[in-house]
Design a protein around this ligand. Structure first.
Ligand SMILES: [Zn+2]
Length: 102
């Protein structure tokens, strides 16, 4: 995230800005963002959660992805694997149908 006072990048969990020394806004808001990011990850997937996290914190894509992944790990969140497994199941069911109809 960025300091609202001087605009310098600051650590997400820092209480004060290292550049200007101003107090950074509420950790509560940050934990809201984290919680909401987790909810989005669970309902809409990781990409959507990363987008949300970026727009809320203003950090880069790589940083957002890393932070989100460590957050999900910390919280022990299991994401439904819609990716590879879903495609495999779809392919398998198509293949089965094709085979039955052949
Ligand atoms: Zn600052």
């Amino acid at each position: 995230m960025y300091c609202p006072h001087c605009g310098q990048p600051v650590a997400t969990d820092a209480a004060d800005c290292q550049s200007c020394g101003e107090r950074l806004p509420q950790l509560t808001r940050q934990s809201d963002v984290r919680r909401e990011a987790i909810e989005i990850a669970q309902s809409e997937g990781k990409i959507a959660a990363i987008k949300f996290y970026r727009s809320e914190t203003g950090c880069g894509l790589k940083e957002a992805k890393e932070q989100l992944e460590s957050l999900l790990e910390e919280e022990g969140v299991e994401l439904p694997s819609t990716g590879c497994l879903g495609m495999l199941l779809l392919a398998a069911s198509l293949f089965t149908c094709g085979w039955l109809w052949a």
